[in-house]
Design a protein around this ligand. Structure first.
Ligand code: ARG
Length: 460
């Protein structure tokens, strides 16, 4: 069948061209947004006297019929239609005749695709915000149960200072809250309507862009049409926001993998979310966090892909930009299921408190507390305190125990200025609670952090 744009062409296009040129196989994902945009456009054209009421009504009826056909899978997809915009327009004309041919007045596929894609991305921004709220709530729930659960806090993956498991979970709540804010600010920045920009220069028809913007839930129309039809920043932003979020997910995934190993045993992943080995009957593998860690790769790739497509493009629309969609669909799809399964894994995992606390007894986590004690209570200069503490560590090592298990007599044997209140300083939980500065790991500070995230969740 002849193309909608075939007026100036003498020969039919080749099959190979159809296959190479078409975006229909993937942009059919935008059918809802395309219909939504067309309905708003038709209403506006009628309001402006460009379409009659009858024409508008039959267009809307036809579009709703098409939506139903697509949803019921009776719509006939023809790659020769090139993209979702022309597939729907062709079918509309089949259904309602000449009125269908008037729908494209004062519009181009350039502003149409920019509108559809932006509507899609805005919807996804909202959905990511909801999923992130759910995940943050999960961290808060776990934190509430583990304010006094000790864990060896690490730097360089080496035991450093005692912290609580709640504190560790709230570090992730902080990261995902920033992710939430990125999706929210992208939504705000991009909430402007491209519809009515037409090909690149606007239109001589008396249209009302304010009206279509409001109809579609945008704040207002965009200010410069030349920019609008060539702008894909909104798509780059969601790709970046997803890439950063996946990077956060991959860090937590890595910790879940380590923690569920025999070496750590800090957590046990629930059977529902673990997998077995086809050969080793004893194995229980952390496939879910491993896949979460890996999916970061495609998220970065999709971002780099679109940045590269957009680089160096002259104004305004170029067909290169048709390559903007698949990467976004892919990132969105994988990031959403990642968020959902991560939340489920966290909610179902067992936290092995005793094992964490046992690990906190390895590596002399309270050595800094002994040095602090010597400075504060004994008045020793820090360098000397550091040296004395080193001797206490050596003694503990010699005796095969942790510094927090040294007796008062043993400590006294190292330096006679040490009094018996030193034992309070060396106690792991006291050490954690001593870190009571704003934002620190003490139970008091963690309670404030929990209240902060609860407040955020109430208002977000
Ligand atoms: N399928 C195209 C895309 O996804 C729609 C816009 C085409 N516009 C054009 N003038 N060829 O970018």
């Amino acid at each position: 069948m002849a193309k909608l744009w075939s007026g100036r062409f003498a020969k039919e296009s080749s099959k190979l061209l159809d296959e190479f040129n078409a975006s229909l196989p993937f942009d059919k994902e935008l059918y809802k947004e395309d219909i939504q945009g067309s309905i708003a456009h038709a209403k506006m054209l009628a309001k402006q006297g460009i379409l009659t009421e009858d024409e508008k009504n039959s267009i809307i009826e036809g579009l709703k019929q098409i939506e139903k056909e697509i949803e019921e899978d009776t719509f006939v997809w023809d790659i020769g239609d090139e993209d979702i915009h022309m597939a729907i327009e062709k079918r509309l004309t089949q259904l309602i005749g000449d009125a269908g041919k008037k729908l494209h007045t004062a519009r181009s596929r350039n502003d149409q695709v920019a509108t559809d894609f932006r509507l899609y991305v805005q919807k996804q921004n909202r959905e990511f915000m909801e999923l992130l709220k759910k995940l943050i709530a999960t961290f808060v729930t776990i934190a509430k149960e583990h304010k006094s659960t000790l864990l060896p806090g690490m730097t360089h993956l080496q035991h450093a200072q005692p912290i609580s498991f709640a504190y560790h979970m709230l570090a992730y709540a902080s990261m995902f809250k920033r992710d939430f804010e990125r999706f929210a600010s992208s939504f705000e920045r991009n909430n402007y309507s491209p519809l009515g920009c037409a090909a690149l220069a606007g239109t001589p028809h008396n249209i009302d862009r304010e009206y279509t913007a409001k109809e579609l839930g945008f704040n207002a129309p965009t200010i410069n049409c030349l920019d609008t039809v060539s702008d894909r920043d909104f798509a780059l932003e969601i790709l970046f926001n997803i890439a950063t979020m996946m990077m956060h997910i991959s860090r937590l995934a890595e910790e879940l993998i380590l923690w569920s190993s025999y070496e750590f045993r800090f957590i046990t992943i629930s059977d529902e979310y673990a997998t077995g080995s086809s050969i080793m009957p004893q194995k229980k593998n952390p496939d879910v966090p491993e896949l979460l860690r890996a999916k970061t790769g495609r998220a970065y790739g999709n971002l780099m892909g679109l940045l590269t497509v957009m680089k160096g493009l002259p104004l305004a629309y170029n067909k290169d930009m048709q390559e903007d969609k698949e990467g976004v669909f892919d990132s969105v799809k994988h990031a959403k299921i990642s968020l959902e399964i991560l939340d489920a894994v966290l909610r179902a995992m067992r936290v092995n408190k005793e094992q964490m606390e046992k690990a906190a007894k390895i590596g002399h986590l309270t050595a800094t507390d002994l040095a602090d004690y010597l400075v504060e209570k004994v008045g020793v200069p820090f360098r000397e305190a550091h040296f004395i503490t080193g001797k206490a560590v050596a003694l503990a090592e010699q005796m095969g125990k942790d510094i927090s298990d040294l007796t008062y007599d043993e400590l006294y044997s190292i330096d006679e200025r040490i009094a018996s209140d030193v034992l309070e300083y060396l106690n792991l939980r006291n050490s954690m609670n001593a870190r009571n500065s704003y934002g620190a790991t003490s139970e008091e500070q963690v309670a404030k952090q929990i209240a902060y995230f609860e407040d955020f969740l109430r208002k977000a």
